[in-house]
Design a protein around this ligand. Sequence first.
Ligand code: AMP
Ligand code: GLY
Length: 426
Amino acid sequence: MKVLVIGNGGREHTLCWKLLQSKQIEQVVCVPGNGGTASRENCYNLSLAVDDFENISKYASNQSISLVVVGPEVPLAKGIADYLKSQGLMVFGPSKAGAQIEASKAWAKALMQEAGIPTAKAAVFTEAKAALSYVKAQGAPIVVKADGLAAGKGVTVAVTVEQAQAAIEAIFQGQFGSAGKFVVIEECLTGQEVSVLALTDGLTIRPLLPAQDHKRIGEGDTGENTGGMGAYAPAPIASPALMERIQKEVLEKAIAALKAKGIDYRGVLYAGLMITPLGEFKVLEFNCRFGDPETQAILPLLETPLEDLILACVQQRLGEMPPITWKQGSAVTVVVASGGYPGAYELGKVITGIEKAEALGATVFHAGTKIHASQIVTDGGRVLNVTGVGENFEQALAQAYAGIECIHFEGMYYRRDIGYRVSSEE
Ligand code: AMP
Ligand code: GLY
């Protein structure tokens, strides 16, 4: 089998790495890929934009690609799955209609309310004045969200009414372009966040191990929001009993609600949840794809061949699959970023020590890297994901950080406290 993976981040490198562990898969092509996918055996990059559907489709048809796995939300929201399917290709990822669950927060909120899925109380506005009076009536803290895709930057957790006001004005003044046609204003929840990613064929839904991301740039969860600075799986906060409830009260309800709308959703359904101090949960958001960096911690623990699960989703026979099996133990991934991220940063810094880190047992998944003059250089904000796997959380954590100690590039930054909640609870 030849597989095409769409995207260029750490998530996509991890998908390629996992798929290539299978004897059934002879080649993986990553579009456009990164320095990691370019340097792996039987893995190649194809330099096309992720929304160049026509050329992706032509290439896949000409090269007898058996399966296309879509990483990021943007091409899904633009309808890549619909287009490639119409060209006779097999695609893992929801249709444009299904991707609305991530691409429109107002749409997702309405779906949750209709389906009775626990979520924060919210109201949707199409102009600033009404939004502002609502905020004044509710008071702070309060959460302001641009409706559409904003690369993780469209949410403001406002501590004061003035901050909420500034966020509303920025959205309606076009800070996020068409993603800011509506704003969703939400009650502010407190607690611990958990990411529950699940595979679905539109009928059956199978959760993967729960993971916890670290969204802020600074240690102790301070500073600006980022795409994610590290993750671990399984997240002990999501106990088996809680996971069972999340499956029934969130995931199954969401799939049933999508089906009732005529949406045949096949791919990953990712629920971002807040677990309150009393152990209750509410959905903060749904995503229509694998999480990044959660995937870099979840897939190294997966024992069931990934392509078997993906094909079962695409062919709508997930219900016939035996339960998903996992390695015992834990995985931790730590993101190494360019100095300055999530603000401005420089590119093109030479990276050394990756082989040394891997010789110690860590796995290094590339994100913002490329090959330049036979060297791996930085090419983005989040540069590498160093993953450790161990019999327990501490071993996995130690392996990830021992790996990072070997790696160097000018200005590199990483959080030294990934998983601090686990460590502090034990
Ligand atoms: P979202 O893209 O909707 O997941 O929001 C991004 C981040 O904003 C989440 O991961 C949370 O950290 C935070 N957030 C979103 N909604 C809320 C809420 N209702 N209460 C508190 N924090 C929130
Ligand atoms: N880790 C957050 C996300 O993938 O959206």
